[in-house]
Design a protein around this ligand. Structure first.
Ligand code: PLP
Length: 395
């Protein structure tokens, strides 16, 4: 039997069965549904996209996968060249892995070993309150969300601060010389509750990391590829290590990448074998994943997505901004993400069924009712999603 994610198997509702999917639609045993959450924020171009399908099919005729140990191939070479060109600064060194959590693990391992390699004993990690960085052990430690890790409350050497500049300055003043790295989900903290904060915090973090010689890691697994209205938040403030996942392959195949700057890469480079990064996921650089990622990036560039995302943001603001209800704590909108945070999670009980009636698949969590739709969503489909969210408070 299938053991489903984040679920008490005894009480979980029967999942919706998908038969086929196309564009923003899931065709299911409950009818045709708009996927308002892009399959955990990954399916940015919609389902069954002809260009992405063709990229996978073309590669499938050559080979699906070969290991990257001792072998290499054109899709992984082309993708790493493309990312090096496309990403800001000297974020040029691409380490691939099969999921976002593993890619964050790799980023943390890079930061810790970067310091070990230069003979420094900096071990502490600075992270944010409400952070979510994945479900593996080290990512749970840098994360700060009891909803995900209530069974594992052990944290070693990780400091969690709020997204206030004063807290940032205090953390550096007290611990700056002990920190190996600072890790953040920039601008938008996703699974920890769709919290949004200002770019000024990141600029200050960059300056303090420079001053105290601390590596800055951006986990853009969720925010990358346009979600915040920036192509990457890294375009605004450049980190030393950037992690991408989720939308990297347009939601087709699980894949992620940890991209290091020149300085980080150089910290591992030399004649001594012991300086090397000892990591190598079996499916890193999977040829189907790299091929579809290249096609996805190509679509992203050609289809004017940044304008589409700005439009989604504007429509979302118009629909939700003036929503007032005593059960609502806050309405937050940024790029292709709109969230209504309620005071009591019980307020959202029944919303998923209510949305289904209107032809919308939604999956609120905790106190967050949100949408992160595929960027190809049209105005009518978007209105259906936003009005389902709005009308829930008008019953
Ligand atoms: C989803 C997510 C991850 C984990 O990615 P997986 O592919 O699920 O392992 C890590 N960081 C952030 C910010 C995420 O949203």
């Amino acid at each position: 039997m299938i053991w489903y994610p984040y679920a008490q198997m005894k009480t979980m509702p029967t999942p919706i069965r998908v038969e086929r999917a196309e564009g923003v639609y899931l065709y299911t045993d409950r009818g045709r549904l708009i996927d308002s959450v892009s399959s955990w924020w990954s399916v940015i171009h919609g389902y069954n996209h002809p260009t992405l399908n063709a990229a996978v099919e073309r590669q499938l005729h050559d080979f699906a996968h070969v290991m990257l140990g001792g072998l290499t191939h054109s899709p992984v070479e082309r993708l790493s060249e493309k990312l090096a060109d496309w990403l800001p600064g000297d974020l040029d060194y691409c380490f691939f892995s099969d999921s976002g959590s593993v890619a964050v693990e790799v980023a943390l391992k890079m930061a810790l070993q970067y310091n070990i390699n230069r003979g420094s004993d900096r071990r502490k990690i600075l992270a944010l309150r409400h952070a979510y960085h994945g479900d593996t052990f080290k990512t749970m430690e840098v994360g700060d969300d009891a909803d995900y890790h209530f069974a594992f409350p052990f944290k070693q050497g990780v400091l969690h601060i709020s997204t206030e500049i004063a807290a940032l300055e205090q953390a550096f003043a007290e611990h700056g010389s002990e920190l190996s790295c600072m890790i953040v989900e920039p601008l938008l903290q996703g699974a920890g509750g769709m919290k949004m904060y200002d770019v000024a915090f990141l600029r200050r973090a960059r300056a303090l990391c420079d001053r105290y010689d601390v590596l800055l890691i951006f986990d853009e697994v969720a925010t990358g590829f346009g979600r915040t209205g920036n192509r990457f938040v890294a375009d605004q403030v450049c980190p030393d290590i950037l992690v991408l996942g989720k939308a990297l392959t347009g939601g087709y195949i699980g894949h992620a990448v940890t991209v290091a700057s020149r300085r980080v890469f150089d910290g591992f480079y030399g004649d001594d074998e012991r300086l090397a990064l000892m990591h190598g996921p079996t499916f890193m650089g999977n040829a189907l994943a790299c091929s579809v990622a290249l096609a996805s990036i190509d679509l992203f560039e050609k289809q004017n997505y940044m304008q589409k995302i700005a439009h989604i943001e504007e429509v979302s603001r118009n629909a939700l901004q003036d929503l007032r209800d005593e059960r609502i704590r806050d309405v937050r909108i940024l790029g292709g993400c709109a969230c209504i945070e309620v005071k009591d999670a019980a307020t959202l009980d029944g919303f998923a069924a209510f949305a289904l009636e209107r032809g919308v698949f939604s999956r609120p969590f905790g106190t967050c009712l949100y949408t992160m739709p595929p960027y190809i969503i049209d105005d009518e489909q978007l209105a259906t999603v936003l009005f389902a969210m709005r009308d829930w408070f008008k019953r």
